[in-house]
Design a protein around this ligand. Structure first.
Ligand SMILES: [Zn+2]
Length: 534
């Protein structure tokens, strides 16, 4: 099995999984197909929705359609001429208790019906589970994984190993480590559905990241049961490559209409906020007046369209390097998603290590959650760990940020040519959101390709002040000259730099403080100060 990644952003990736019935391009949402009753036919899912991989339940097929599936294969039974993933029935265990099938028996059945990607019969940990039971589900799933891998006979079926442990993160880590020692083509995170139904996306973030940090990154990760479009960007950014969901059909049955930012009740909608074929041809009133089955089918179609549209939007964001911007926008649709974005902070350094360092587009800094994004973390780490200010520079001149970037090309800085040529002086620009930018690296991506609002919020301001102070502390300047404006960042920097300089026995001086730091008199004051301290 090969999983070839062609584009990455955060931990999200566009890649292809090769199966015997074709390639799945990730991130991919596998619509759950009920083999017995289905509002949208698998054939339409392939031809109209152009979705080339679905998932169905092997346990239900075995129970109800076994002879047909064994004779003609699962693709013929479903009338779906593309990739079929089969779940083993574990979800039925979670819902209805034990299922009457053995792990090796259902594995051989999945092989016999010609499934392309098969999930072993695991034991989902579930939600309301105590630790003892959770630990048992982890061990039992591992035992069943071994039993299954020993029993299988075909080499062209890809096997998927579910990671259990529920909300017990140490158990999730153990499960992920154990499963990664077994030759699965795909790993999956089991039983998050109740957590997603309760909108506990911060917990979900912890579960996904714990699994992700303990499996090989070269393998795809499948998140079971994630099908609401408003969370797909987040879970993609955390490194989930496959999703499956019946929510398009379940929500339709309940008269609920999915949008990329939430769920609406059909009865409460006056205007459809969507241009899919269903919403173009019908008004909400039309759908309400249709007979129940027909209305449900139309609603399911819209719901699936909107899910697949979001997947395409996510892919485009990965290509552009703007997945962070997308998760921030989506996080604004529900406080629990915003909370998850906060939880992501803990994993920021791991995510940073695996995010490309250059991208096609610049960054849009949208607020303090952006302080966890890889580019901001990377700049700070670079300043602390690897950046060395040019030798023999004894005087640090801190200038306020100007609008034009890179800063050294701005007319304001051009007016400082004498200072810039002085080899004793090191010029850095302070501002948002990077805190401090040494002038000689100001054209390194993405320092001059970042847009951020000014004035900014308090948290960003505090962060930037801290970075300036860290930079001063980690360098050996004899003198620090602050050319200050009247803004609140400058006001914050003055006492902190003064205090620090006193403690570190360095000279600190303010060349100018006012609203017009680039007027002739202010620039002259800066020259005079530099001459005096030099
Ligand atoms: Zn629509």
């Amino acid at each position: 099995m090969s999983f070839e990644v062609t584009s990455k952003d955060l931990l999200g990736r566009i890649g292809t999984i090769d199966t015997k019935s074709g390639k799945i391009e990730t991130p991919h949402l596998l619509p759950v197909v009920n083999p017995l009753t289905q509002p949208i036919s698998p054939e339409d899912i392939l031809k109209i929705f152009r979705c080339n991989a679905i998932i169905t339940n092997a346990y239900l097929v075995k129970k109800n359609l076994a002879s047909e599936a064994l004779a003609n294969g699962i693709h013929r039974v479903l009338d779906y001429d593309s990739v079929v993933v089969t779940d083993s029935g574990a979800y039925q265990i979670l819902e209805y208790g034990n299922v009457e099938v053995q792990p090796d028996e259902i594995a051989l059945f999945q092989e016999a019906i010609g499934t392309d990607v098969a999930v072993i019969l695991d034991v989902p940990t579930g939600w309301a589970t105590n630790r003892t039971r959770a630990a048992w589900t982890v061990n039992e799933t591992i035992r069943r994984a071994d039993l299954t891998l020993k029993a299988v006979t075909r080499s062209d079926v890809l096997w998927e190993g579910p990671i259990q442990g529920g909300t017990f993160l140490d158990l999730v880590a153990k499960s992920a480590k154990e499963m990664s020692q077994r030759p699965f083509a795909v790993y999956s995170l089991g039983s998050p559905t109740p957590i997603m139904e309760r909108y506990m996306f911060d917990r979900l973030t912890d579960m996904i990241m714990t699994a992700k940090m303990n499996i090989p990154l070269s393998k795809p990760l499948h998140l079971f049961g994630a099908g609401h479009p408003f969370m797909l960007a987040l879970v993609t950014a955390l490194g989930c490559d496959l999703f499956d969901s019946a929510s398009y059909a379940i929500f339709a049955k309940q008269g609920r209409y999915l949008t990329e930012s939430g769920t609406l009740r059909l009865r409460e909608i006056e205007y459809f906020p969507c241009s899919c074929p269903v919403c173009q041809r019908h008004t909400p009133k039309d759908l309400i007046e249709l007979d129940r089955t027909e209305a449900e089918r139309k609603l399911a179609e819209h719901n699936l369209f909107i899910c697949l549209e979001e997947i395409r939007r996510i892919k485009q964001a990965i290509i552009e390097g703007r997945l962070w911007e997308l998760i921030e926008i989506r996080a604004r649709s529900h406080p629990s998603l915003l909370q998850a974005l906060g939880a992501l902070k803990k994993y920021a350094q791991f995510i940073e290590r695996h995010t490309p360092s250059t991208k096609k587009k610049g960054l849009l800094y949208l607020g303090p959650h952006g302080l966890s994004r890889p580019e901001i973390i990377r700049h700070r780490l670079r300043l602390i760990e690897s950046y060395r200010s040019p030798k023999a520079r004894q005087i640090l001149v801190l200038l306020p940020q100007v609008h034009k970037k890179p800063y050294h090309t701005s007319p304001q800085l051009a007016s400082l040519s004498t200072i810039l040529r002085d080899r004793r002086i090191h010029v850095c620009v302070y501002g948002f959101p990077y805190g401090v930018v040494p002038l000689e690296i100001d054209d390194v991506y993405p320092l001059s390709q970042t847009e951020s609002p000014t004035p900014t919020d308090l948290e960003t301001e505090r962060y930037c002040a801290k970075i300036v102070q860290e930079h001063v502390a980690s360098s050996n300047y004899e003198t620090v000259v602050l050319h200050a404006t009247n803004d609140s960042l400058s006001r914050r920097l003055i006492p902190s730099l003064r205090r620090f300089s006193k403690e570190a026995k360095r000279r600190f001086t303010i060349s100018y403080k006012g609203d017009t730091p680039w007027r002739k008199d202010a620039v002259k004051a800066l020259s005079n100060t530099v001459r005096r301290v030099g």
